[in-house]
Design a protein around this ligand. Sequence first.
Ligand code: PHE
Length: 445
Amino acid sequence: MATAAREHWNSRFGFVAAAVGSAVGLGNMWRFSYLTAEKGGAAFVGLYLLFTAAVGLPVMLAELTIGRGSGKSPILALAHYGGARWKALGGLFVATGFLILSYYSVIAGWTLRYAGEALIIGLPADPGAHFGEISQGFGAFLFHLAFMGLTMGIVAGGVTKGIERVSVVAMPLLFVLVCGIALYAATLDGAGAGYAYYLNADLDNAFSMDVLVAAAGQAFFSLSLGMGAMLTFASYLQRDSNLPNESLIIASADFGVAFLAGLMVFPIIFALGLSADISGSTLGALFVALPKAFINMGGIGRLIGLLFFLALVVGALTSAISLLEVVVSAAVDGLEWTREKAVIVMGLMISMLGAASAWSLNILDVMDQIANNIFLLGGGLALSIFVGWVMDDPLAEVAEGASGVRWFFAWRQLLRWVVPAVLVFVLYHSVPTTVANIGMLWRGE
Ligand code: PHE
């Protein structure tokens, strides 16, 4: 066991900024928009909101409770409350963080490149061809490495001097950027068609299992749940923090930014007549359609494009930090490595694994589906059973710092019955769907 006292966040805002930073990322701006386009608009958004509130929020509070209560990284935290055999679940969390960061950083690398290009040489003349060139291969790998380097540098700085210091600046900046671009988008002629597409429910589609599974997976991914990121950040909390409040703030901010992202993406795309570019959207569609839109806007497009990709980079960075911190904190606590050693060894291993996703978009897509639709949902299921049934008196832990709060009285019952039932149902459908999708991608469609 490390002998040094555990670090604590400097301020309440520091924790909230870091946790919101973890939640808000590519999931909100890239993944949410492309899934909304692919799954047909508002019905998906509604289901996603429902999952966030009914399933995501209770699981978020469960993670914060285990984290603050144990003051340990995931593997030891689960052993603390559940005994040694629960270490395996903590191990799964760490492995999931490892897997997600490996491909997340590749996408973040694209955004880094787009932002850099918008700043220095301008947007590409043919975004479709450009995306084809930069999204796979050696260039993608280099930008992935650059992004991993940034992430590693911040995590090496430690919890307060690295993660907190960056988050308290990055999060307000991100918020201003997203609001600013959404406001600008509202002034475009023809923005209305974008809002109509975004906010009109396509009810025929809403009840397909595919949409349901995607909405559930997206809720977990976007809230950073099911792999111990929130747990790890909460392990650096002081005991007087109000956990139910913090979970509400984090979930609302996360949904808020995703919703705002839709308010910037869809009007821009529709105002410039590019809706065909995102119909039946794929992973890369936004990276083609949006630059096209920015180019069509003329001079100001370059600036808006720069700000847009800057927002993506900032969001991705604060999320990547939390993914790496899960892996690093496990190595520091469990293997008694120094933070520097953990950052270097784990960071390099993750960078190597990312080579596979940088090599092929199909591999990236497969990893994303496995991580979200199976690991995060499965991790969330195990976690809700753990706090619902195994852990002694989680309510007493939550009540500390939150004794005046009434709404969480039903929380443990939700974790016992509702959350597992919903997740078992979703997993029952998502596992075969995901396996089928993987087969398709593997065979090249
Ligand atoms: N929530 C992050 C996003 O929306 C991704 C993430 C998932 C981060 C899981 C940490 C853990 O981009």
